[in-house]
Design a protein around this ligand. Structure first.
Ligand SMILES: Nc1ncnc2c1ncn2[C@@H]1O[C@H](COP(=O)(O)OP(=O)(O)OP(=O)(O)O)[C@@H](O)[C@H]1O
Ligand SMILES: [Mg+2]
Length: 243
């Protein structure tokens, strides 16, 4: 696992952190194999109970279904954790951030439409290029969009803005959803912090890790019942000449 904030770590502390992270990654990996055996057997049991007739058999079928769902959730958590804990190997290319966002939006339209969310893009044209790993940046967009959509179950507006600001290109993602309670605002980037039933709390830590690996910064502002705004700053691929 790479260290998200290297600078505040003393070398000893940093080594200890890396050792612990490695241990946690190894543990997650080891847990996954027996878990998938359990899941597989539960699936078989579920199929065997599919034509349950007696009330007792139906109760058993129901219980197997619940355990199966919980197992699946654990499997997903471990997969996300492993994805997070693996070091990031960026494959950078000079890209136009507006293009990357424009390409991404159509994939989200069906879900947005289904829940009454309007997607509103304000993407500057002719932006200076930024060095991006396209696949990793799509994970950033996906996590922010999923969070935004989950915060607007009864519809709303999801806005994407891109523009240049001095030596940076900026992406702003704004939703008109439920917002974040003040007591939680400090914690949203913490590993495993989630207010959602079944949430793994790995989305935003992953986003921040990817952005920082690109030399960028991410900030969040939010107001309960009004909405949330994430602002990402990325350095230009080629610093602009002064003037
Ligand atoms: N756009 C948003 N609107 C409101 N709350 C948000 C938003 N984005 C993040 N949050 C809050 O931050 C928490 C952490 O988000 P994060 O994406 O890391 O985890 P998650 O969405 O709960 O789970 P998952 O790992 O499935 O993404 C969320 O549980 C939620 O409370
Ligand atoms: Mg999330």
């Amino acid at each position: 696992m790479s260290v998200p904030h290297a600078s505040p770590f003393e070398p000893d502390l940093r080594r200890e952190y890396e050792r612990l992270a490695q241990l946690a990654g190894g543990l997650a990996h080891e847990l996954r194999n027996p878990l998938s055996t359990i899941c597989l057997n539960l699936e078989i049991l579920k199929e065997e109970l599919a034509d349950a007739r007696t009330p007792r058999e139906r109760r058993m079928e129901q219980r197997v279904r619940v355990i199966r769902a919980e197992c699946e959730q654990l499997e997903q958590l471990l997969t996300h954790f492993l994805q997070f804990s693996r070091g990031l190997e960026l494959s950078l290319e000079p890209l136009d951030l507006s293009e990357v966002v424009r390409e991404f939006i159509p994939f989200q339209l069906p879900q947005a439409l289904a829940q009454g969310v309007e997607i509103s893009p304000h993407l500057a044209s002719g932006l200076p290029l930024v060095m991006l790993d396209r696949a990793q940046f799509r994970r950033v967009l996906l996590n922010l969009t999923l969070n935004a959509l989950q915060a607007m179950p009864a519809g709303g507006i999801l806005e994407f803005q891109t523009f240049q600001e001095h030596e940076h290109v900026v992406l702003v993602v704004i939703d008109s959803g439920q917002g974040i309670a003040e007591k939680n605002r400090e914690r949203i980037f913490d590993l495993f912090f989630s207010t959602k039933p079944g949430g793994s709390g790995l989305g935003l830590p992953t986003v921040r890790k990817i952005i920082e690996a690109h030399g960028g910064r991410i900030e969040c502002e939010s107001e309960p019942n009004r909405g949330t705004r994430f602002r990402i700053k990325l350095p230009l691929a080629t610093p602009q000449p002064p003037g």
